[in-house]
Design a protein around this ligand. Structure first.
Ligand SMILES: *Cc1c(COP(=O)(O)O)cnc(C)c1O
Ligand code: SF4
Length: 480
C-alpha cells in the first residue's frame, strides 16, 4: 500500500471550517489561535468533569493546543490517544511515590542555565521554554510553558561560551521547550554560533513542532538547516493517529534538505502501551523515512504519575518488535535514570547461557542456538591500529568500559571506603600495607608499566589518597 493510502490528511474540526486555507496553513495563525480554556476546548470536544476541573485548577502545567492538533482528536471518544496527551485531567493533581520536580536532576547537572552536560562528549542545550502545544507528561514541566523561565541573551552567551571552552563536546542537542518555536532569525543565530565552534561536529534538534504544527516546517526552515549541516532532527510521535499527510510532507521536506530524522516516543498508559499500536506506529514512521530512535519509560515527574506503565510492559513491546519487524524500525527502549545518570537501555535477554568457547542464544521465536567462539582469539591483534586512532578522554566517565579495559578493578558506591574502615579507622598489622589490595597490571594504561602504583610501585600508602584501580566518589563527584 502506498504512503498516501496509509497516511490521511488531517481533519479540520468543524469550528474552523470557514478559516481560509492560507490562514490555516500559516504557523503564526496556528500559534495565535491555540486553545487553553474550558470554553474554547468545549467547541472542539465535550470536556469531562475531570477535564474541566483540571483546566480550572491553579498551578497546573500550562495548557495550549494548536487548532491543527486539536482537530486530530475524536470529539466523541473520551479515551482518544491525542486527547490524553494534551488535555489535563485531575489525575495530574495526584502525587505518587518518587515523584520529583526535576526527576532527571537536569538543573543539578547544568554548568550554566539551560545547558545539561551529562555525557562525556555531548550536551543538551535548552534554548526556549515555549512549545507549540504542551504534553501533559512533559519531563521538563518545571520550566516548560513558563514565560518567566525563558532563556535570555545572557544565558545563550553563557551556554555558547561554555561550549567554546569545552573541547570534549562534539555533539550539541538543541531542545527546550521546542527550538522550532523560536523566531527563525534567533534559531539561525544560535545554530550559526555553534557551527563557528570548531570542535562541535554535529548539531541536533529535538522538536515536536512537526507533529503539533507541521506548517512551521516550511522550505525556508529546511533551507536554513541545510546551510549548517550536519544537522540531525528527532521528532516526537507517540501514536499512529498523529501521523498525517501534513506531517509526512514536513518530514519529506526535511529529509530532502538532508536532515536525517529520528523519532522519540514516550510509553504512555492508555495511549500507546500496546505491542500492536507500537508496531503500527513504527511502520508508519519508517514509511515517512523517520527511524524510530528511543522509546522512553515515562519519567517520575510531577503530574505524570497516571501515564506510567510497568517496565515489563515496555519489555513486552520490545519482544514484539525485535525480529517481528524491520531492524531499523525497532527503537531502543530506555529508562532515563531518576536522579540523573542518563538513558539506560532495557532489553529482553537473548543470551541464555555461556561456557568457554560457547554462547547459547535464543531468538524472537524461542529458537535456541549456539555460537562457537574462537579458542585462539587475540584481542590485542588490533592494538597497532588503535594507536593511530584518536583516543577521546572521558574524564571521570569511562565507567564499566574502564573495568573491561583493565584501567580499574572496581567502581565503589559513595562512602564505600569509609564504611569498610570498621571500628574507627584503626590501623593494625594486617591492614597497614596498602599494596596488598592493589591489583597487578590494572590501571597500566595511565602510567608506564612498572612505575604505576597499581603495578606494585611506590604508592606511599596514604589512606586519604584515592587508590588506583578504583573510582572514588565524594558527594556525587567522581574525583579519580
Ligand atoms: C538524551 C540526552 C542526550 C543525548 O543522548 P543520546 O543517547 O546521545 O541521544 C544528551 N544529553 C542529555 C542530558 C540527554 O538527556
Ligand atoms: S513538546 Fe517536549 S518540551 Fe514541549 S511539552 Fe511536549 S514533551 Fe515537553
Amino acid at each position: 500500500m502506498r504512503l498516501e493510502e496509509k497516511v490521511k490528511p488531517a481533519r479540520r474540526a468543524p469550528v474552523w471550517a470557514d478559516v481560509p486555507d492560507d490562514k490555516w496553513n500559516d504557523w503564526r495563525w496556528q500559534l495565535s489561535h491555540r486553545l487553553n480554556s474550558v470554553d474554547e476546548l468545549n467547541q472542539v470536544i465535550h470536556l469531562t468533569e475531570s477535564e474541566q476541573r483540571a483546566l480550572q485548577a491553579s498551578g497546573l502545567f500550562r495548557v495550549d493546543i494548536t487548532p491543527y492538533f486539536a482537530s486530530l482528536m475524536d470529539p466523541d471518544d473520551l479515551r482518544d490517544p491525542i486527547r490524553r496527551q494534551v488535555i489535563p485531567t485531575d489525575a495530574e493533581l495526584v502525587p505518587f511515590t518518587s515523584m520529583m520536580e526535576d526527576s532527571l536532576a537536569e538543573d543539578k547537572h547544568s554548568p550554566v542555565p539551560g545547558l545539561v552536560h551529562r555525557y562525556p562528549d555531548r550536551v543538551l542545550m535548552l534554548v526556549t521554554t515555549q512549545c507549540a502545544s504542551y504534553c501533559r507528561y512533559c519531563t521538563r514541566s518545571r520550566i516548560v510553558g513558563d514565560p518567566s523561565a525563558q532563556f535570555s541573551r545572557t544565558d545563550y552567551d553563557a551556554q555558547i561560551d561554555y561550549l567554546a571552552r569545552t573541547p570534549q563536546v562534539r555533539d550539541v542537542l538543541l531542545s527546550g521547550g521546542d527550538p522550532l518555536v523560536l523566531a527563525p532569525k534567533l534559531l539561525e543565530n544560535l545554530i550559526s554560533r555553534l557551527r563557528a565552534i570548531p570542535h562541535i561536529e554535529i548539531v541536533r534538534i529535538g522538536s515536536r513542532v512537526p507533529v503539533f504544527m507541521p506548517q512551521r516546517v516550511d522550505q525556508d526552515l529546511c533551507d536554513m538547516l541545510a546551510r549548517y549541516h550536519p544537522v540531525w532532527l528527532n521528532i516526537h510521535v507517540n501514536h499512529p493517529n498523529e501521523i498525517t499527510q501534513e506531517l509526512a510532507a514536513a518530514c519529506d521536506r526535511l529529509t530532502r534538505a538532508g536532515v536525517p530524522l529520528g523519532n522519540q516516543s514516550v510509553l504512555l498508559a492508555g495511549v500507546n502501551d500496546s505491542v500492536h499500536i507500537q508496531r503500527e506506529l513504527v511502520h508508519k514512521l519508517v514509511m515517512l523515512r523517520v527511524r524510530p530512535y528511543y522509546l522512553y519509560q515515562c519519567d517520575l515527574v510531577e503530574g505524570a504519575g497516571h501515564f506510567r506503565t510497568t517496565v515489563s510492559k515496555g519489555l513486552e513491546i520490545m519482544e514484539g518488535l525485535r525480529g517481528h519487524t524491520s531492524g531499523f524500525a525497532v527503537p531502543t527502549y530506555v529508562i532515563d535514570a531518576p536522579g540523573g545518570g542518563g538513558k539506560i537501555p532495557v532489553t529482553p535477554n537473548y543470551v541464555v547461557s555461556a561456557a568457554p568457547g560457547k554462547v547459547v542464544l535464543r531468538n524472537f521465536e524461542g529458537f535456541i542456538t549456539t555460537y562457537s567462539e574462537p579458542l585462539d582469539y587475540d584481542p590485542t591483534a588490533v592494538k597497532h591500529l588503535e594507536d593511530h586512532a584518536a583516543r577521546r578522554p572521558e574524564p571521570g566517565q569511562s565507567g564499566v568500559l574502564d573495568l573491561l579495559q583493565g584501567e580499574r578493578l572496581a567502581i565503589e558506591p559513595e562512602g564505600f571506603a569509609e564504611t569498610h574502615v570498621r571500628g574507627g579507622a584503626r590501623q593494625h598489622r594486617l591492614n597497614a600495607d596498602q599494596h596488598k589490595w592493589q591489583p597487578l597490571g590494572i590501571g597500566a594504561g595511565r602510567a608506564p608499566a612498572g612505575d604505576s602504583p597499581a603495578n606494585g610501585g611506590d604508592s606511599a600508602a596514604n589512606p586519604d589518597q584515592p587508590q588506583p584501580g578504583t573510582i572514588t566518589v565524594i558527594n556525587g563527584e567522581v574525583i579519580s
